[in-house]
Design a protein. Structure first.
Length: 228
């Protein structure tokens, strides 16, 4: 019999700590976890921006988590001799070497180890790719992605295309998600089982040709199966 079940904040905290411990790239002794009403706050120190990113993603995977507030600071365990110029040069090379990011579409500035990305791309995956290639560069403390998305395709039956993609997706219950679109803008409503499904639904929506923005209003419906 399926019974509604919500975790307590204490249970969520325990599971997040276990997930952080399970993630090999994260040093749990340096990261603290606070939970209130299903919202997880991560604080403490990470040894790299990549570790900070992995810790946030680990917390998102946990059932019962509604949102994650990232207050982790990057604190290098080594004496980094990477100047902002060095980081900028490496970041430019990462963009050039990427096969998914259009040439000359992204501009990079670096200040005190913090990378800012600007420019314009056609697809959400290109926006994401530009940020992804920055995560594990030595000396990086954070990334601000200010790239804008401007599709060149004229939107056509966006809602139908997204709904069809939801139905093909093994991770999503398509019948539980409502899709509305006005021009290039998409709104998602309904319920999903967890944070990961919410992000997957948004990723699928962004993949539709012509999408300019996605307003993700999906909420959670936590359930567990128990045998009588």
């Amino acid at each position: 019999m399926k019974t509604a079940y919500e975790k307590t904040d204490s249970e969520i905290k325990n599971d997040v700590l276990l997930e952080l411990k399970y993630e090999p790239s994260v040093k749990t002794t340096d990261i603290g976890v606070l939970v209130k009403d299903g919202t997880v706050t991560l604080n403490g120190n990470a040894t790299s921006y990549g570790e900070k990113w992995d810790a946030v993603n680990a917390a998102k995977r946990v059932r019962g988590v509604n949102a994650v507030a990232d207050e982790i600071k990057v604190k290098f365990t080594y004496s980094s001799d990477r100047t902002d110029g060095d980081i900028a040069a490496n970041a430019v090379n990462q963009i050039k070497w990427s096969t998914t990011i259009p040439e000359n579409s992204v501009q990079i500035t670096v200040r005190d180890g913090w990378i800012t990305l600007e420019g314009e791309v056609e697809w959400r995956y290109q926006y994401t790719a530009a940020q992804d290639v920055m995560q594990y560069l030595a000396g990086v403390k954070g990334v601000s992605n200010l790239i804008t998305i401007k599709p060149t395709l004229v939107p056509k039956n966006i809602s139908m295309a997204i709904k069809a993609a939801f139905e093909r997706n093994a991770l999503l219950e398509a019948d539980a998600i409502e899709v509305d679109s006005v021009g290039n803008n998409v709104i998602l409503r309904g319920k999903v089982g967890n944070y990961a499904e919410r992000e997957e639904a948004e990723r699928v929506a962004w993949a539709a040709p012509g999408v300019y923005s996605v307003d993700n209003q999906l909420t959670y419906s936590w359930t567990s199966d128990y045998a009588e």
